[in-house]
Design a protein around this ligand. Structure first.
Ligand SMILES: Cc1cc2nc3c(=O)[nH]c(=O)nc-3n(C[C@H](O)[C@H](O)[C@H](O)COP(=O)(O)O)c2cc1C
Length: 330
């Protein structure tokens, strides 16, 4: 057990956040997080049908059985027509979801309504600049992710070691840092930087409770820290994803026709990627994966991954204590 302002905010045993995962952060996954003593966020964007979203939120609450959980609402520019953000927040408020993780855009327009409904909001940003803005509009906590992260690292591409330290120094509200975090040593490093916890995505992709095909997970287990790559810079929407045939194709199109969304759309809309998660053909589709994939070493229950991180964190703290004792020994 580690107590920080984030464990206090969420009521969890450990200061670890299982961030939203498009397609993959289902109620089963979020409940596994809740029962492992951390908080998870199911991804609203995975469920465009609003009635289904409401049902899934209810199912998530049942599975969590009184333990904390939340919903992730990504407000990145939409690739498809239609703006349902306010309707999504209305359902979240109606269903009295305790926590929301926002990302992709400032939550300023929605924060008042959410907080009036008693919902605590953590906003995730890829730079300290945006995190400070979120703090100024009244969010309860922020998460700041560095260049190593799976998904959207922003445009500045500052590594987590610099960005995490800067975030902890500049922000006054509780802060989680993320991007490349995949073990307990790194959790302790984040706390040493002054953060209140960490946000994790990639490391949990091989959990039993993630529904992706076993062949996809096996490929992640074999992958190293060099097996991710960047694309979509020409759309100002940089993504770090698994290096595969589709990403090579996306990079080729971007080099020849920068910003040509019509040419890119068939590859990046998510349809091919979702199918590939079902079939296990990892070479197809754009799959958000970060450099910490190197720490994903076996398919096992999420609780076991968390338990290992916990044990590693205890060992790291003991190791540091020994160092301190040695330096002060007479
Ligand atoms: C497969 C995958 C899907 C993701 N989908 C979302 C999403 O829908 N919304 C969001 O805010 N973040 C999303 N993220 C980002 C994670 O919530 C988290 O911030 C990030 O993975 C942390 O960095 P890490 O991958 O190095 O652990 C996704 C990440 C991954 C790996």
């Amino acid at each position: 057990m580690i107590e920080t302002r984030l464990t206090e905010l969420f009521g969890t045993r450990l200061p670890i956040i299982a961030g939203g995962l498009q397609w993959l952060a289902t109620p089963e996954y979020v409940a596994a997080a809740a029962h492992a003593g951390i908080i998870g966020f199911m991804t609203a964007a995975s469920i465009p049908d609003l009635d289904k979203l409401r049902d899934e939120i209810r199912r998530c609450r049942d599975l969590c059985d009184g333990k904390p959980f939340g919903v992730n609402v990504s407000m990145l520019p939409k690739l498809v027509e239609g703006e349902a953000t306010q309707k999504v927040f209305d359902i979240i408020a109606d269903e009295a979801v305790p926590f929301v993780e926002t990302s992709g855009h400032s939550p300023e327009a929605y924060i008042g309504g959410l907080q009036d409904a008693g919902i605590k909001v953590i906003h995730k940003a890829p730079s300290v600049r945006f995190a400070l803005k979120a703090q100024s509009v009244g969010v309860d906590a922020v998460a700041v992710v560095g260049a190593e992260c799976g998904g959207h690292p922003g445009l500045d591409m500052i590594g987590s070691m610099v960005q995490g330290s800067l975030a902890a120094r500049k922000l006054t509200i509780p802060v989680a840092i993320g991007g490349g975090i995949g073990n307990g040593d790194q959790l302790v490093a984040a706390l040493a930087l002054g953060a209140d916890g960490v946000v994790v995505g990639t490391r949990f992709l091989v959990a039993d409770e993630v529904w992706a095909h076993p062949d996809y997970k096996k490929h992640l287990i074999e992958a190293s820290e060099t097996d991710t790559t960047l694309a979509l810079q020409s759309l100002r929407n940089t993504i770090r994803a698994l290096a595969n045939e589709t990403m090579t194709e996306v990079q080729k199109i971007e080099a020849e026709h920068p910003g040509d969304i019509d040419a890119l759309m068939p590859l990046i809309s998510g349809k091919i990627g979702r199918e590939a998660l079902q079939t296990g053909d990892w070479n197809k589709g754009v799959h958000s994966v970060g450099q910490s994939v190197v720490f994903a070493d076996q398919i096992e229950p999420l609780a076991d991954i968390v338990q290992r991180m916990d044990a590693e964190a205890s060992a790291a703290l003991a190791r540091i204590k020994t160092l301190a004792c040695r330096s002060y020994a007479p």
